[in-house]
Design a protein around this ligand. Structure first.
Ligand code: GLN
Ligand code: ZN
Length: 781
């Protein structure tokens, strides 16, 4: 009996980013709907054919999306907020894209999102579980009604059928859909809408069954989260309803991104024909399923890692799942990637410039399909033959195990020597603060910015010309020096207290460092979708990380040489570099993070040595690395904080360490933030009107804080009065000597016309607070 191979989803963007370019042409009015839809249809056909050619037995349909699959689901069930003006019935593309990007067509070129202020804003966007993919958050009202505006899975199923390919349509399950959404009004739980939503799902499934679908994949990744009793109870009810509606349609209930854990009993009781489990993230589920899976349940074994780029150790995987397959029977299992392949790049064959040895260790979506087919073949031929089938995979795994490209004994040796003394500053904060004050002599409410200044068209053009070889190194450096000097002069002119060099030389806050560190590789075509038409090419961390030479010191030195004011050294932190990369799978993430931390520690040492009195370490992605399950938070935060300590504590007390985080929901991770013990932390607080600062004030956070007073996501220039009001509010819970004045984040996506007046106002606001304070002090004395 041949084992079935199945796929849960294939990247939509096209190997050459065809979807992005078609969308952007359409949004710019340079092409019509026809053109966009033809491109989309072509991509779907190509993906189906590829999977068929690779010998995949169960091929997904409706895994495609023009923008986002959660948005598709919201539109499909008619969960469209009134602001978008939909009157019922089929939903047109304009409405769909208004929900995705805001209305007013235009949108901001750098991020694909309409600015606030005009028209209808886009739906909120947030991270899809712990991936770097972002989905549009459905919004539900108390009187939310649902209707099937179009049966998209059915359309996809028929489209594939017309090409002679029988598919298993994918839908986002009703419980995960509701859980990912938010209530438009306080006090309403989206789960309470389940009863109204289920008839829509029932209709959808009934129509699918009538059209000849035998299986449907229903994604319920929320089964790997901590669920409430009410949520668990809702599962039984929902799936019974769906079963009754379409008894002949077999449901493959898909879980991924972790272990089902304490939700297993719920999952196993559901009236579904199959269960997909993530055995890449949670291999311990093999034993659990041998023990607990009912004999007639089809098990889809998510064995090929859908979240990472490494070639699988097929011999190892074979051994891992063999006992389960023997116990459950070949006929009742499917071999699959752990999750949709949406999160990995499409085709390794395009990477002609990547080191050949590294290439031999990698597998992108296309190669992962081959791996599945090979695994299935090995199970057919039996274990005696398996190693023959896996010969190339075994060779690659062995090479990686011993390669000098991967293993640097110096790095391992240094990590072993890390002791408690390397993990804390010489003196406690109170003492450091005094020494720093004496050295820096800053006014109260010191003003600064977060690092980057506008990356203008000129800056981007110079960079791309330099990359293409059209602008010489010398000319490019001269250009960057001019930009930096202008930025320094201008900051001096308007009276900012602590200056930044502007980051004009940086393409991206992670890539810039990765390109200078050993152990990192970069690709040319390995794009993955971040959101909508925005794709990223994460670095690949393949080997032990070290820093061959200083990365930022010369830019800091140059900038500091131009001014007598303090210029902040500017670095990206280890946790952020880790979280925005594809990380090697042969070491714990915590170890890789500490290796990066050591490299950053070297950089900080050199900056301090060169005379930097102040160094900022950005940890923009620290919070988003939180594990999906609460029980795992502590372990993550422990090594994240330790990594921050490891990079930041090797400097004298007088050196002021800043950190920056682009968000402000700190309440649940506050002890970790406090434990980081940065001398100054800047956070994003302007949009919440300082609401979120309470995490700090309520707990008597002692170190200094720069609560953002300027929303850099908007082109709007905040007034002096507005910023004074925010600072007054911040002053309520903090003491004057604690507060810094800065924007929410870096200014690279803004225009100078917006940044200039905004920062002039920001400086004026700080001055007003200082004089207000002096007045009050004079009155009191
Ligand atoms: N220093 C970076 C900048 O200003 C920080 C960016 C970020 O936190 N996302 O651009
Ligand atoms: Zn930021």
């Amino acid at each position: 009996m041949t084992i079935t191979t199945a796929n849960l989803g294939f990247p939509r963007i096209g190997a050459k980013r065809e979807l992005k370019f078609a969308l952007e042409r359409y949004w710019a009015g340079k092409s019509g709907v026809e053109d966009l839809l033809t491109t989309a249809k072509g991509l779907r056909a190509k993906n189906w054919t590829l999977q068929k050619d690779k010998g995949i037995n169960v091929i997904p349909s409706n895994d495609f999306s023009l923008y986002d699959h959660v948005l598709d689901t919201a539109v499909m069930v008619g969960a469209i907020p009134a602001a978008y003006g939909w009157k019922g019935g089929p939903v047109d593309l304009d409405t769909y894209f208004a929900m995705a990007r805001g209305s007013q067509g235009g949108g901001h070129a750098s991020c694909g999102h309409a600015e606030h202020g005009h028209g209808v804003p886009a739906l909120e966007m947030t991270k899809w579980f712990d991936t770097n993919y972002h989905y549009m958050v459905p919004e539900f009202t108390v009187d939310q009604a649902f209707e099937l505006t179009a049966n998209r899975p059915l359309e996809a199923f028929l489209e594939a059928k017309a090409l002679g390919i029988h598919t298993r349509p994918v839908i986002l399950g009703p419980l995960t859909f509701l859980k990912l959404g938010k209530a438009a009004q306080d006090g309403m739980s989206p789960l309470s809408l389940l009863g109204r939503l289920l008839p829509v799902y029932a209709k959808l499934l009934t129509e699918l069954a009538q059209a000849g679908a035998d299986w449907v994949q229903v994604d319920e990744p929320c089964l790997v989260l901590d669920l409430s009793d009410a949520e668990r109870a809702a599962f039984a009810h929902a799936y019974q309803t769906l079963r009754t509606a379409a008894p002949s349609l077999k449901v493959m209930l898909a879980t991924y991104f972790g272990a089902i854990g304490d939700n297993l009993a719920v999952a196993l009781k559901l009236p579904v024909a199959g269960l997909h489990v993530d055995l890449a993230r949670a291999p311990q589920q093999v034993a659990v399923l041998i023990d607990k899976a009912p004999a007639d349940l089809v098990l889809s074994l998510g064995i090929i890692d859908g979240r990472n780029v490494w070639r699988a150790d097929l011999a190892g995987l074979f051994k891992r799942i063999q006992p389960l397959i023997e116990a459950h029977g070949h006929a009742k299992v499917q071999l699959a990637p752990s999750s949709s392949l949406l999160h990995v790049p499409i085709d390794l064959a395009l990477e002609t410039a990547v080191d050949a040895e590294l290439v031999s260790w990698l597998a992108f979506a296309t190669q992962k399909l081959d791996e599945l087919a090979l695994l299935a073949k090995a199970f057919d031929t039996g274990s005696a033959q398996a190693n023959l089938v896996f010969a190339t995979s075994i060779a690659a795994a062995n090479a990686r195990l011993t390669s000098v490209k991967v293993h640097d004994p110096l790095v391992a040796g240094r990590l072993k020597q890390v002791d408690a003394g390397m993990l804390k500053r010489t003196s406690p904060f109170a003492k450091r603060q005094k020494l720093q004050q004496q050295k820096l002599r800053l006014p109260l409410f010191p003003t600064t910015t977060i690092g980057s200044f506008p990356q203008t068209a000129d800056v981007r053009k110079a960079r791309s010309q330099h990359a293409k070889g059209a602008l010489s190194y010398v000319d490019y450096q001269a250009f960057l020096e001019r930009e930096t000097e202008q930025a320094i002069r201008w900051q001096e002119e308007i009276g900012i207290d602590v200056l930044v060099h502007g980051e004009f030389e940086r393409n991206d806050m992670v890539q810039y460092f990765g390109e200078q560190l050993c152990g990192f590789a970069f690709t040319q075509h390995a794009w993955v979708q971040s959101y909508g038409s925005r794709y990223v090419r994460p670095p690949i961390i393949y080997g032990d990380v070290s820093r061959p030479k200083p990365m930022t010191v010369s830019w800091w030195k140059f900038a500091q040489s131009l001014t007598s004011k303090t210029v902040k050294g500017m670095l990206t932190g280890p946790v952020t570099i880790l979280n925005w990369s594809f990380v090697r799978d042969d070491l714990p993430r915590s170890t890789v993070c500490k290796q990066i931390a050591l490299a950053i520690r070297d950089e900080i040492h050199d900056l301090a040595e060169a005379g930097a009195a102040m160094i900022q370490i950005d940890e923009a992605a620290l919070r988003e690395g939180l594990p999906l399950r609460r029980a795992e938070w502590k372990a993550y935060l422990d090594w994240a904080v330790e990594s921050f300590h490891l990079c930041s504590t090797g400097v004298p007390d007088e050196t002021q360490i800043h950190t920056h985080m682009c968000y402000s929901e700190f309440n649940d991770i506050m002890p970790a933030i406090a434990a980081m013990d940065a001398d100054v932390i800047s956070i994003e607080t302007s949009r919440s009107k300082m609401e979120l600062l309470t995490a700090f004030t309520g707990r008597g956070y002692p170190n200094e804080i720069g609560p953002g007073v300027y929303d850099i996501h908007s082109p709007r220039v905040p007034s002096v009065a507005e910023m004074v009001e925010l600072l007054d509010k911040a002053s309520e819970g903090l003491v004057a000597g604690q507060i810094w004045v800065n924007p929410d984040c870096g200014l690279k996506t803004r225009k100078w016309e917006e940044v200039k007046p905004a920062l002039v106002n920001m400086v004026a606001a700080a001055v007003e607070l200082r004089t207000g304070l002096e007045r009050r002090r004079a009155v009191n004395s």
